[in-house]
Design a protein around this ligand. Sequence first.
Ligand code: PLP
Length: 368
Amino acid sequence: MHKTPISLASGYGNFVVPAAATRAATDLLGSGLLEVLPAAGSEALRTALVAPARPAGAGPLSADNVVITPGAKAALFALLKTVLRPGDEVLLPTPNWFGFAALVEQAGGTLRTLPLDPADDYALRPDQLRAALSDRTRVLLFSNPNNPSGRLYRRPELAGWLTVTRDFPDLFVLSDEIYNLINFEAEPTPSLLDFPDPHGRHLVVNGFSKSLALIGWGAGYLVAPAAVARACAEWQHATGCAVPAPTQTAALAVTRQAPAIAAELLAQLRPNRARLLDFLAAQAAIPPALPTATYYAYPDLRAYLRPDLPPAEAAAGLLNRLRQAGVDVVDGTGCGTPGFARISYAVSEADLTEALRRLGGVLGGANG
Ligand SMILES: Cc1ncc(COP(=O)(O)O)c(C=O)c1O
């Protein structure tokens, strides 16, 4: 066992907090007087979050559609808690973020997965989606860009899904867009908010801890039809309190500088991205895959699993071997795809280089 294990498993990057955020928060703290904000959040931040122009046909949005929450997880929970009724199902295409299962369960829903095919680049075709929806499905939940696969669902694909969901007027469509600015393609990540919402059922969650480097500040937000947003704010008021003002001030500062901050993060990430993708491409037993967004790769390591064991057990065995070699990655079993592993490259160059050397030692060896 190596003395110092290297973690490529964290969901948070090694990003420095943007100076404008620290300044805004410390200025406010220095003023000696903190305002207790309304449960829905500061009007200035909520307005700034819906300020970017949307395509023609997308509905108008205002601060009334936004609630600032203590992280994106809290935004997801508030929405699920608000819209789920007993017996309701949440349909989740997989692989997907391991955190969704507990959120759905805690909110009283039942998770149903819709496995997508890695060999088909995790495409979700409209007819496949239609076949998976039933009267019991209350929410279609997805992340775009996808955590863990790094797959970006582009505008025509989302439009195809929405031709199906509009035939289900009681269905909520919930898009987690927390990695939206960590996108290495020329086209920006499309938001669900860019599309018409014929039944007032589109819900979006986002945050500041991934694309805007506000790690550890505890801020996220939801955008929803005004009545749903109001219910979420009431729930937050009844069960907690508004996100503290210094955090919201910092969130406003990074929101105003979002394009520049995201561009810097992408520039920081690019060399490590190339390093990890080159390493994976050089492993003959790993099928080619090109994540175009997020700071993860999600290689298919099934060739390295013991064939005599059930997939989840074999995957745990492989991850254990990687851990013993001094590298922690996320087990794809929790994301719905045993035998895959989520590997973050939002770490220092030195850590990634050494981690890849250790990984190479295991993956270059024999199976079993
Ligand atoms: C897809 C996704 N949604 C939500 C979250 C939670 O974000 P936050 O730290 O803002 O609560 C994460 C964090 O890993 C995530 O990956």
